[in-house]
Design a protein around this ligand. Structure first.
Ligand code: DGJ
Length: 735
């Protein structure tokens, strides 16, 4: 699709129609009689909405009527923008409020709207951003007059993306405090059930499998209750038409810009409508709002594609690259790093680190990252989290001394921290046993021998921030890996009163975002990579603060094809850390060639994570060659436009191509899992190239037409062994 048309918001006051246009999509709402805000259409761009999708009404049994004069009108059969429960609609509500009188019935009707250029920030929350020339925002006010409460629904359309950013604010102007039990970021009521849903379930070391499931007349739920977005589910959810593929068909996708517990659900109703609801997890959540206060939901990003999943992903990638990631690293070339975790685990000293660093420098690696174990007395995972001062037994010259020596060896220096955690065996815990999440009188369940600090407590945040400032200011540190290695339990905070305990998990997230905002603003040149035991918090909320995420602790090349494929559904390559590690692989025991490990890692932010001092000279030459080659192509690996070509969940092949914005060059990566005797040939059709251009393919020393490569495809050399892989740099040449 050529996106020549830009976004616009059309409001027809006479008919009550709001028509939001992206370059290739439209989203239409209408205020119905009685002031109900209904949803009419989301799909391919309409030049103008003239009423073909207006709501139809029939008298339906067991669907009650708010207006007794009209038996055909029921909220139960009306597609609504931000529905409530209790007024004839029996479907899953977008929000629930418990009023001071104990009732939960509310009645929000349309009151007003405003349109503005650009996009307002969400106070204290990560969110996409856009300048006045890049987007337009519609804000609709719904009002419950009895309670004197307004809900403001925000919709931003972007000129260059078929994406819609949505959030809601509940503003209390009434008399008595009330309690929000649920507040979704977005609700969409489709009048169709012809969908399957796609989500990204998984586990630690097996993140983001791509799973596609039909919908039935029931409610499909994708959620996390772990206090983080989680390895087990990702806050990505899509409805696809049953005929949709990678390259064709309609896709409607949601991604929540939030790193805590979330809920996405799709409910098919009795009349073949589908209601999708996305937002903060209502289970274990409530929020008291007093007069004069506002509660704002996290943002949900909605993406539409009429050209399959590939186009959906490219829309997310572009949006996140241009309108979510911030700071000096937004478009900057990411360095090749070496991390000592799988090389040494906790068992290292300065000598060992410098041996690894100097050998890595010879291979022209650019950044050394010192992982876990450098602080307190942390010889294993049982102690010291919270005590962010150097262990001089291991590093006698401190972090500063080590960092300077690493720099002398020719590399930049980076460091690992896990600021949200506390070990029971730590000076911090001995001084402040109440600084962790806990419920008085109850056991404090440990996980990986650690507890979670109470980031809802401003004193805790200030203390941790100060330690991090001292660390970063005290040494030449140019990279930080921010880890988080357990999920929440006994979610309670001693600084909150009893009736606010269910606010703890969300207040924790707001506190975490506050610390990350301050730290990243104070150290703008530092490259931050977030991590949660690998990809346990790979979400857009984190990307707003930290432009990279450690994709998975699983560094096996075969596992990585699936993990990176699933991750790429929503997240851009420049966000993904990908490392070459040792064999047999530490997570799955598999032995793959160094070439395959390199090729799969070279399609994102390349790193190494193995003891290079134990490698042969020949292996070190191969690594140096990989690094040199990567430096030639990394602008494509990190910022090229991604086309997925072969799906490792369905076939033995994995193939991707990343194309430059002018389409004059591209990076093709291929890996074949298991070889077979007498195997059929494998041919892959490339994508994203200029059909009328000719491209040299360096891996083959040949040149082919873009049309040939895309329409006829290209044969992969005969598969002679397991895990055979290729990385080809295509460059446009004169025909
Ligand atoms: C989990 C991370 O994902 C690993 O890369 C490593 O940093 C360990 N934590 C250290 O404890």
């Amino acid at each position: 699709m050529t996106m020549t048309q830009s976004a616009a918001i059309h409001v027809e006051e006479k008919t009550g129609v709001f028509h939001l246009q992206g370059p290739g999509m439209s989203y239409v709402m209408k205020v119905q009689e009685g002031g109900y805000l209904t949803h009419l259409y989301w799909g391919r761009r309409l030049s103008r909405y003239r009423g073909s999708a207006d709501v139809r009404y029939e008298d339906r049994g067991f669907s009650g009527n708010p207006n007794k004069e009209d038996r055909t009108f029921s909220l139960d059969t009306t597609p609504l923008e931000y529905p409530a429960y209790g007024n004839t609609d029996y479907r899953d509500p977008a929000f629930e409020i418990e009023w001071a009188d104990g009732s939960r019935v509310s009645d929000f009707r349309y009151k007003s709207y405003t349109v503005q250029k650009g996009k307002p920030a969400l106070d204290g929350l990560p969110a996409s951003y856009a300048g006045e020339a890049e987007a337009e925002t519609l804000i609709i006010e719904l009002r419950d007059e009895l309670q004197q409460v307004s809900i403001f629904l925000r919709y931003t359309v972007f000129h260059a993306s078929d994406a819609l950013a949505r959030s809601a604010s509940i503003v209390h102007e009434g008399g008595e405090p009330f309690v929000i039990q649920k507040a979704s970021s977005a609700n969409v009521d489709f009048r169709s059930r012809a969908f399957e849903y796609i989500h990204l379930p998984g586990a630690h070391n097996r993140e983001r499998d791509m799973v596609r499931t039909p919908l039935g007349q029931s409610r499909a739920v994708v959620e996390s209750r772990r206090g983080s977005s989680s390895h087990q589910q990702n806050p990505f959810f899509a409805l696809v038409r049953p005929d949709a593929t990678e390259t064709s068909g309609e896709v409607f996708a949601w991604n929540l810009v939030y790193s805590g517990s979330f809920l996405a659900s799709a409910e098919v109703d009795q009349f073949d409508g589908t209601r999708v609801n996305v937002g903060i997890q209502p289970f274990g959540f409530s929020w008291e709002l007093s007069p004069g206060e506002t509660f704002t939901t996290p943002e949900a990003v909605l993406v539409y594609s009429s050209e399959g999943l590939g186009q959906m992903s490219r829309t997310f990638h572009h949006l996140y690259g241009e309108h979510l990631v911030r700071g000096s690293w937004k478009h900057r070339t990411r360095p090749v790093l070496i991390n000592n975790w799988e090389a040494t685990y906790f068992d290292f000293d300065e000598k060992k680190i410098l041996e690894i660093a100097s050998r890595a420098a010879e291979a022209e690696i650019e950044l050394f990252v010192l992982d876990d174990g450098w602080f307190g007395r942390r010889d294993d995972d049982r102690s010291s989290l919270g005590d962010w001062t150097v262990d001089e037994r291991k590093l006698p010259d401190g972090v500063q001394g080590l960092a300077e020596k690493v720099k002398e060896a020719g590399m930049d220096f980076g460091i690992w921290v896990e600021p949200e955690m506390i070990s029971v065996d730590s000076d911090l815990y001995r001084a402040h046993p109440d600084w962790c999440l806990h419920v008085p009188g109850r056991r404090r369940s440990e996980s990986r021998n650690q507890l979670v600090l109470d980031f809802a407590n401003p004193e805790v945040r200030a203390h941790i921030l100060e330690q991090l400032r001292t660390l970063l200011a005290g040494a030449p540190i140019s990279y930080v890996k921010w880890d988080m290695n357990r999920n929440m339990t006994e979610i309670g905070s001693p600084v909150l009163p009893a009736h606010r305990q269910q606010e703890t998990a969300h207040r924790y997230m707001l506190g975490l975002y506050d610390v990350m905002e301050k730290l990243t603003q104070e150290f703008p040149e530092v490259l931050f990579e977030s991590c949660s035991g690998g990809g346990g918090r790979f979400d857009p909320g984190m990307l707003y603060y930290m432009p990279q995420t450690w994709t998975s602790d699983n560094t096996d090349a075969v596992s990585r094809t699936r993990i990176q494929y699933g991750t790429s559904l929503a997240y851009p390559s420049a966000a993904m850390g990908a490392h070459v590690s040792d064999v047999p692989n530490h997570q799955v025991g598999r032995t793959t060639p160094l070439a395959a490990r390199g090729h799969v890692a070279m399609e994102a932010n390349l790193g190494y994570e193995l003891d290079v001092t134990k490698l042969s000279d020949a292996e070190m030459v191969e690594i140096r060659d990989q690094v040199r080659r990567y430096k030639e192509v990394r602008h494509l690996s990190q910022y090229g436009t991604l086309y997925r070509l072969a799906d490792p969940f369905q076939t033995e092949s994995y193939a991707t191509i990343r194309v430059s914005s002018d389409r004059s060059e591209a990076l093709f990566v291929y890996m074949h899992r298991l070889a077979e005797a007498n195997a059929p040939f494998v041919r892959v059709k490339l994508d994203g190239l200029k059909p009328d251009a000719v491209y040299s393919v360096d891996g083959l020393d040949r040149a082919f037409g873009g049309d040939e490569l895309m329409y006829a495809g290209i044969d992969i050399p005969v598969i002679e062994h397991d895990f055979q892989s290729h990385l080809w740099h295509l460059k446009e040449v004169k025909a």
